[in-house]
Each structure stands twice: as structure tokens, then as C-alpha cells.
Design a protein. Structure first.
Length: 309
């Protein structure tokens, strides 16, 4: 296990290198630039702008300069937010996106595993049909539809929650409820369906029949034998899901006015803010890679049959 962890950690280096390299050149060869939308300026002013940000240098030299800065932990200045660096913008907004994403994922996992377990243990009953029908809503209803409906019902009509805001406002943690529940919807649906299918498969396995034949209590069989084996597909899903729930919160952040990184990602793409685009891509990619690494390590603890030799 120790050698596997070291190998996987070392493999992160070339992966991140390829992501940064590919992203850098793709962005630079795309039409337009960070100053193309500015009001028309004289050639001298444009030349000064390009020189200030080293954009008048050969592309390969710009790439090498950027890679050195990244290795030193410097993601560069923002071309559009001239009073801030990319590190500052991401540092201010990323914690908010992480709080929202982690809360939404916890809700999705707890409710998804519970609903999937109930459905599997009551296969082909009304509880199974109701649970899976409810889970299908998350897949069929997009967030940009579900979010406004939730705001209209629970905030504007029932007045149980604020329509927007964040936990740093006077309303406090209650502002997290609606965006977190909205963001968790599609992930809850996927986790519940995965849990049901996985539990049904494990229930038919030989070692579960053996555990039942020994006279173990059904709850013990379910928790100790069935659930542990059934968690493998869910853990596999949680790796990219965690990265997706953080990076995919753009719509929810816009609806509920959450000051997260999704807002910067959208604006940087529209404004061709090269450094901010690259900075968010690096952060997103790093989260995805780390979560996949954690999933690989957890496999060994959940299923002793898996070997890392």
C-alpha cells in the first residue's frame, strides 16, 4: 500500500504538468485577448500593456515564465481585476465554493445512501418505486429550473429562508440551506440509484448468504457485510463528484448570489483573462486529481480483495 501511495503521488506531477501546458497553449491560440474588449487605445498604450504583462515576448518564453511562477506558487496578476492577483481572487472565493460543495455533497451522500438502501431492502414495493421516482427528479430537472422554483416556494412564498446571500451576512448559516440542497439534487439522485443497484448485487452474493445462514441479525448483515461491499461504486463516484460539485456550482452561485469561484470562472472566460482562467483550471484539476487519488486509497480499506502489488 505504501509503495502504491508514493507512485500515485508521483504520478500527479506529470498529470498537472500536461494539464497546465495544454491549457496554456489552447487559451493563447484562441482568437481575441484580454485587451481586445477594451476601448480603442493608441498603439503606444497597447504596446505598453503588452510589455507590462510580458505578452510581447515569444510564446515559448511566456510559457516558461508562467511555469516558473506556478512552481513558486504565483498564478500571476489578473488582467481584468487590476487591483488583485489571481491568488487573491481564488483565495477569497474558493473557501465559499468549498463550503457550499462539501455541504451539498454531505447532504447528497446521507440522503442518497439512505434512500437507495431503503429501496433495495424493499425491492419492487411501493417504497422502492416511490424512492426511485423521487430520485429521478434530480436527473430530469436542471438546476437553473429547480433553483428559482425553490427560491419562489421556500423564500418568497413561505418566507422560511432568505432569497440570496451568504453565511457572512447577518442571516448566517441559514443562507446555506437552499443553495446546498439545490446543488445536491442531481448528486443525490445518482448516489441513491447507485446505492440501490450495488446493494441488490451484494445481497445476492455468497458471503451474505453465509452470514445469514450463521444466524446473524439482519441489521448486522446489512451494515457490516452488505453496506461495506456496496460502497465501492459510491466511493468511485464520489471522487469526480466532489470536484464536479465544487466546479459545477456556477449556476447555483449565480442564482443565490454566492461569492464563489464559479463567478470568477465565468467572467474570466468571457473577458479572456488568461491568468485567471488558468488559475481556476489548475485549482479544479488539482481537486479532481486529489479526489481520484483518495478514492484509489480508500478502495484498499473497503475491499481487502483489491491488491496494489
Amino acid at each position: 500500500m505504501g509503495k502504491f501511495i508514493v507512485r500515485r503521488l508521483l504520478s500527479l506531477i506529470p498529470t498537472m504538468f500536461l494539464i497546465i501546458t495544454f491549457s496554456f497553449f489552447i487559451i493563447r491560440v484562441a482568437p481575441g485577448g484580454p485587451f481586445s474588449s477594451e476601448k480603442k487605445v493608441t498603439p503606444e498604450v497597447m504596446a505598453n500593456l503588452l510589455h507590462k504583462y510580458h505578452m510581447d515576448e515569444p510564446l515559448m518564453k511566456q510559457y516558461l515564465r508562467y511555469m516558473v511562477d506556478v512552481l513558486n506558487g504565483d498564478l500571476g496578476p489578473s488582467y481584468k481585476n487590476k487591483d488583485f492577483t489571481v491568488n487573491q481572487l481564488i483565495g477569497q472565493s474558493m473557501p465559499n465554493s468549498m463550503i457550499l460543495g462539501i455541504t451539498a455533497l454531505i447532504i447528497a451522500v446521507v440522503l442518497g445512501v439512505t434512500v437507495g438502501l431503503v429501496a433495495a431492502c424493499n425491492q419492487n414495493s411501493w417504497a422502492d418505486y416511490f424512492a426511485m421516482s423521487f430520485a429521478s427528479l434530480g436527473i430530469s430537472i436542471p438546476l437553473f429550473v429547480f433553483g428559482p422554483v425553490v427560491v419562489f416556494i421556500f423564500a418568497m412564498k413561505l418566507k422560511l429562508f432568505p432569497t440570496s446571500g451568504w453565511i457572512t451576512s447577518r442571516a448566517g448559516l441559514i443562507t446555506l440551506v437552499l443553495p446546498a440542497c439545490t446543488l445536491s439534487l442531481s448528486y443525490f439522485s445518482s448516489i441513491s440509484r447507485l446505492t440501490r443497484a450495488s446493494v441488490l448485487e451484494v445481497l445476492r452474493s455468497d458471503y451474505v448468504r453465509t452470514a445469514r445462514a450463521k444466524g446473524l441479525h439482519p441489521t448486522v448483515v446489512l451494515i457490516k457485510h452488505v453496506l461495506k461491499g456496496a460502497l465501492l461504486p459510491i466511493v468511485t463516484y464520489l471522487g469526480p463528484a466532489f470536484a464536479g460539485i465544487v466546479t459545477g456550482s456556477v449556476v447555483v452561485e449565480q442564482i443565490f448570489l454566492v461569492p464563489g469561484i464559479g463567478n470568477h470562472f465565468v467572467k474570466s472566460a468571457l473577458n479572456r483573462d488568461y491568468t485567471l482562467i488558468l488559475g481556476t483550471v489548475i485549482v479544479y484539476s488539482f481537486i479532481l486529481i486529489i479526489m481520484n487519488f483518495i478514492v484509489d486509497v480508500l478502495y484498499g480499506f473497503l475491499d481487502p480483495r483489491i491488491s496494489y502489488k
